[in-house]
Structures are given as C-alpha cells and as structure tokens.
Design a protein around this ligand. Structure first.
Ligand code: ZN
Ligand code: ZN
Length: 331
C-alpha cells in the first residue's frame, strides 16, 4: 500500500506492507485523513516520534478486517478513531477519562498513522460513525474532541469569555462554547486589524481560551482576564514557555490546562442539524500532494485539508461513491 512515511529527515510517499491486525485490533481502509499542524511538526522532526513512521492521526474509514477476538464491529462499518490509545491502568483511565490518559500512545506519532491506504488500531479507540456524518466530518472528530476539552474548565454560560486566535481552531472552539450555551463570547487574534487582542482593555473577561501557547499570547491573556478569572490553555507548545507569573499571581488568575473532552460527545456535536463545521473543512487531496498540503498548513490554518489515500487505487465509480459520501451537501 502507499503511505506518507517519515524516515530520519526524509518524508516521502512509499510502498509499505498492508498491516495485519494483532489481537484486539481492527484493520481500517482509510477514507480521508485530516492534516493537522502537529502532523507537520512531526514531519519536520520537531516532536519526538517513532522512526520510521507513517504520519497522520485524524481519520475516518471503513473496517476492512478484524482480529478474531474483536466483538462489536463488522467489516464495512463506517468508523472514526480517537488517536489517543489509553493505558487502561491509571487513575484517569479508571475514572473513564481515557481521552486524557497521561500514559497514552498516539497513532501517527508513536505507532503507524493514517496517511496510508490502511491502518490497524485497537478496537477500543474505534467509534462507529453516526449515519448522517460524512467521512470528512468523521475525520474532524479529534479536533472537535480537543475543543470540547475547554468545557472541563470551571466556567459556566453566563461567564464572559474570549477565544484567542483567528484560525479554524479558534472558530471551532467558539462554536463548541456557543452550542453549550456561552453567548457572551469574543474571538480575537493577534494581528493588525480592529479585531486584535491588544485593543482589549485589561481585566475584561471571566475566562480566556489560549489555543496558541506562546509567551506573548499568554501574557496578553493574563492581562485581559479579570482578577480571579481563568486562562484556559490548550494546544501543545513545542518548547517550555516563560510567562509573567507575577502578573497572574497579583490578579489570582487561574491557569487551567485542558487536553480533550469525550470523543463520543464530539460525534454528537458533529451530528447536529446545523452542520456546525462544514465551512471549516477544505479540499481532499491525494497523498502525492503532501508537500503542498503541509506547506499550506504551516502558513495558514484556515481550512482543514484532507488526504484520500485510496484515491489512486480505486476505480472511478468508487471514487464517485466516496466523493458523494464525503460531500457535505449530499447527506
Ligand atoms: Zn490533530
Ligand atoms: Zn491511563
């Protein structure tokens, strides 16, 4: 099969063997796989990863095979996958918060990912897709799950909030908060326009969400949070971040870090009638376009791009059928 393989400093589309499901695993034929900034960081060697490694962690597809001990799934089920594989032994896992297991292994970082025609994953992280979801929406469940993490912070709907950022992650987080009843929300980015965060008076918000954990951003968020307010930190920095802790202490601002909400809840969010993410989803490209797709993702995170790894391998009719399933207008 074809896969985007990182090996040392080289990243190329290569032929690799189709993986076989081990005990407890399923084999998935990948329909689409979303491209995330963290995939680009992995490709550039900026995050620790297995080597060699098939990249890609946000995906949907159909089950193509199962280990004999797997129950509850069948070949041809349409599925999406939570790429965090929990340890199932720690306290968080015992509490049912498996998405936030600190001892997890990640698909596309530690084990082979989904920028490939097929991928094997443990059945425990596989979720059947609700019928109304397109493959692109299914593949977008992981970013939604990450935005849902914000709701774990100690905030409630009458609170006034700021979502910092101008990219699709900020827009998604705003939509998640609005759908959970937060109506008093602003979204501002760093930039030169009217909507830049620097124009906000100090001590304005009950809570602020910082998706881009850079020192300048966090200091700015501490400034605009009210005394006693909260700065919710999401998004992983590549390096340690030095912030003005004294400013936070003076105002007793709580810094709260969140990673994921519940994956099942992200499928429920995506299944809403109003198609809450359709305008955030971009084009579907063959694996061979990866250089273009990765550099576009580095420059702007406006729309989510996807690979369709099986595009070159299947016939026109199948492509048509898959395209219909992938097109949000053709539910
Ligand atoms: Zn991601
Ligand atoms: Zn665990």
């Amino acid at each position: 099969m074809r896969a985007i393989l990182k090996q040392g400093t080289s990243v190329r589309v290569r032929r690799v063997p189709v993986p076989e499901p081990d005990a407890g695993e399923v084999l998935i034929r990948v329909a689409v796989a979303g491209v995330c900034r963290s995939d680009v960081n992995a490709a550039l060697g900026l995050v620790p990863c297995a080597d060699p490694l098939v990249l890609g962690h946000e995906f949907s597809g159909v089950i193509a095979g199962l280990a004999p001990d797997v129950r509850g799934f069948a070949v041809e089920d349409r599925v999406t996958v939570m790429p965090v594989i929990p340890c199932l032994k720690c306290e968080r896992c015992a509490e049912g918060d498996t998405e936030c297991c600190p001892y997890h292994e990640r698909i596309g970082f530690r084990r082979p990912g989904a920028f490939a025609e097929f991928v094997t994953v443990p059945a425990q992280v596989v979720h059947r897709m609700p019928g109304a979801l397109t493959f692109r929406e299914g593949a977008y469940a992981e970013p939604v799950c990450s935005s849902l993490g914000v709701l774990k912070a100690e905030i409630k709907p009458p609170d006034r909030g700021l979502v910092h950022g101008a990219d699709r992650t900020a827009r998604l987080t705003e939509r998640v908060l609005r759908s959970y009843g937060f109506t008093s929300l602003d979204v501002r980015g760093t930039g030169t326009g009217e909507d830049r965060a620097e124009r906000i008076p100090s001590d304005t918000y009950d809570f602020v969400v910082a998706s881009e954990p850079r020192a300048e951003v966090l200091d700015e968020m501490i400034r605009v949070a009210r005394p006693g307010g909260r700065v919710i930190v999401r998004g992983r920095p590549l390096e340690p971040v030095a912030i003005d802790l004294d400013a936070a202490l003076r105002k007793e601002v709580t810094l709260e870090s969140v990673s994921y909400g519940a994956f099942a809840e992200s499928l429920a969010f995506l299944s809403q009638e109003n198609e809450p993410v359709s305008d955030l989803l971009g084009s579907v490209r063959p694996l061979e376009d990866f250089e273009d797709v990765f550099s576009a993702e580095s420059e702007s995170q406006r729309l989510k791009s996807f690979f369709c790894p099986n595009f070159a391998a299947i016939g026109t009719e199948e492509i048509e059928a898959w395209a219909r399933l992938m097109c949000p207008g053709a539910r």
